[in-house]
Every structure is written in C-alpha cells, then in structure tokens.
Design a protein around this ligand. Sequence first.
Ligand SMILES: NC(=O)c1ccc[n+]([C@@H]2O[C@H](COP(=O)([O-])OP(=O)(O)OC[C@H]3O[C@@H](n4cnc5c(N)ncnc54)[C@H](O)[C@@H]3O)[C@@H](O)[C@H]2O)c1
Ligand SMILES: O=C(O)C[C@H](O)C(=O)O
Length: 353
Amino acid sequence: MDPNQRIAKISAHLNPPNLVQMCDGSGLKRVGCRAKGGSPGFKVAILGAAGGIGQPLAMLMKTNPLVSLLHLYDVANAPGVTADISHMDTSAIVRGFLGQQQLEEALTGMDLVIIPAGVPRKPGMTRDDLFNINAGIVRTLSEAIAKCCPQAIVNVISNPVNSTVPIAAEVFKKAGTFDPKKLMGVTMLDVVRANTFVAEVMSLDPREVDVPVVGGHAGVSILPLLSQVKPPCSFTQKEIEYLTDRIQNGGTEVVEAKAGTGSATLSMAYAAVKFADACLRGLRGDANIVECAFVASHVTELPFFASKVRLGRCGIDEVYGVGPLNEYERMGLEKAKKELAGSIQKGVSFVKK
Ligand SMILES: NC(=O)c1ccc[n+]([C@@H]2O[C@H](COP(=O)([O-])OP(=O)(O)OC[C@H]3O[C@@H](n4cnc5c(N)ncnc54)[C@H](O)[C@@H]3O)[C@@H](O)[C@H]2O)c1
Ligand SMILES: O=C(O)C[C@H](O)C(=O)O
C-alpha cells in the first residue's frame, strides 16, 4: 500500500465518526476516543483526583476490572493526571473534569463517588484543625452528589472523617436524598495499619491478619479490638498498649515523617482502593463482603460509629455490633465515644446553622 494511503487509513481509524468526546475545551483537551463506555462494570468518580491520595487512587482504580468508567475531578491539575492515567492499557475509560463548572458533569450517572478532596495535616495539627477548610469542601461536593447522583455510594476520605461524614449526611437529608446504606467514611487505613502492626509483633503474614477497628478515625476514637484478632492471638498487656497506641497514632507517625509535606497518601490510596473494591463487589452481588467503615449506626447511642458492615447490592446490608469486649476495650470505647460525640455534633451543626 502506498504510504499516503496507509497514513490515511490510520487516521481514519483514529478518528472514526462515532468518537466519544471526553472533555470540553476548558483546559481539558477533548481527545478523540473510540470508547463507547459500554463495557460491563461500574462508573466511579474521584473528587480530588489530582491530590496526593487522588493520583495513586486514580491509578489503582484504572487497574480495577470492575470499573468501566473513571471520572477524575479536581479544582487543579485534572487534565495532566487524566492524560497520564488514560494511557494505561486497562479497560476503564478515563475522563477528566476541572473546576466547579464541570462538577455536575463529573458526577452524573456515577455508581460510586470517592472523596479525597481537601487539605492534609502538617506536624502539630489534629485532624480537627482541618475542619475549617475541609467542611466547606465536603459540603459543596455533597450538594452536587445529592443533585447529580443521589443513588451513588459515597466513600468519604477527607478529614476529619468523624465530622465530614455527618456533614455529608446532613446535606443529603436537606436535599431529601439521604440513604444511610450508601454513605461511608473510609476507616480502612486504620484496619490496614492494625493488620500490619499486629503481623509485625506476632511474626505473621499481614495478609492473613484481620483486626476489627471500631469507633472513628481520629486519636482515641480509633479503637482496635485486639481481643477479636483473626487468627486468634494472645497479647501481653505491654503489646496491647504498644499496638493500640501505634494504631491510634499511625497517621501522626506519617505526618511527622513527611515533615510538613502532607499525610499518608500511598497507604491511603491502597486502603481506599481495597474499600472501594469491596463496595463494587457488593454492588455486583458478591456474598459476605464485610469491612469496617464509619457509618450511620445504632451500635451505640451515637448517630455515627465505625464497625464492621456487610456490603451488598444497595450499599450497606448490615451494620454489625462491636462484639464481646474486654475491660481495656470497654474503657477505650468510652473514650472513643466521648471524642466522637463532639466531632459528630460539630459536623451536624456546620450544615444546620
Ligand atoms: N480517611 C483517611 O484515612 C485519610 C487518610 C489520609 C488522608 N486523609 C485526608 O484526605 C484528604 C486529602 O489528602 P491528600 O494528601 O490527598 O491532600 P492533597 O492536598 O495532596 O490533595 C487534595 C486534593 O484536593 C483537591 N481539592 C481541594 N479543594 C477541592 C474541591 N473543592 N473540589 C475538588 N478537589 C479539591 C486539591 O486540588 C488537591 O488535588 C485530607 O483531608 C487528608 O487529611 C484521610
Ligand atoms: O493522619 C492524617 O492526618 C491522615 C489520615 O487520617 C491518616 O490516618 O493517615
């Protein structure tokens, strides 16, 4: 074939008439694409996709065969991240969305929305110190979710989780779209850390360790239930105190090591993907998908609490209680509830005021 004919053939192949437009002209160049977005799988949006967590999270979700369409939204740098990730030869179609004016488009039709948008801690800060900035971000994003994909499962990562989940819930209540089965604060990193640290102490393979972590996601509200570890482990009191302290302060350990450049991003992306994948397998109808998450709850007198939940086709099928606790854990639970009560109320008041 003559070279000109060959080039004409390639160019026709790259630019068929049924191209799907990926993005508009506001900085996210719309690239010609033959994808129809019709492959089986779920539609997932990441809000805050260009951030420290957002980027590795987006990369890992692009490798997930359960995802057919991946929407990457951020107020900055979404085009670059989208272009980069879209070159990965996995089946999910990637589209980028930049800035508030593209938020609704990013959310429409989504099955799962993951929110890592917001500022991270620096050394010396508590997660609650992030409230002033992140509360408003989560409120705005939740308002758009209520409008554009009220049926979607929502995974909230932005801190302080103990307040941002109640904020999202209040926004959804105001909009008349609140479904407690669909809103989850992501506490999976606490479980991931707990599994790792327990495995280290007991010389086990971390993949075989399962530590329930209940309560919430800040300081003493993070309550590992070491009496319920699988496989059953017998710890000394010294080991229990070391492990509890290390699990509760795992986030601070990373914040200090990063010395002002941010908080956990890579382990968080790993944990977020583990949790998102569990949500998607639940949506698909897989049986016995049980993970810990911070959810609307009747396990204690508090309206939100982290405990094991069973994930299914509609989100959360069942919220499990904390099970039998030893004296040390009972005391920990009281401290956790005290810490949680104020943070939950702060989130609720932020939207109600
Ligand atoms: N739940 C957990 O276990 C856990 C673990 C680690 C970090 N976090 C929290 O996750 C959040 C993000 O951490 P990070 O390290 O990725 O921070 P980061 O600063 O690296 O990234 C945040 C991203 O959010 C974007 N953003 C800011 N405002 C936005 C808005 N209105 N809409 C959409 N995107 C917006 C920023 O542009 C940035 O790309 C922090 O609040 C952090 O504390 C939670
Ligand atoms: O500690 C932080 O600020 C981030 C996150 O909540 C974590 O647990 O790593």
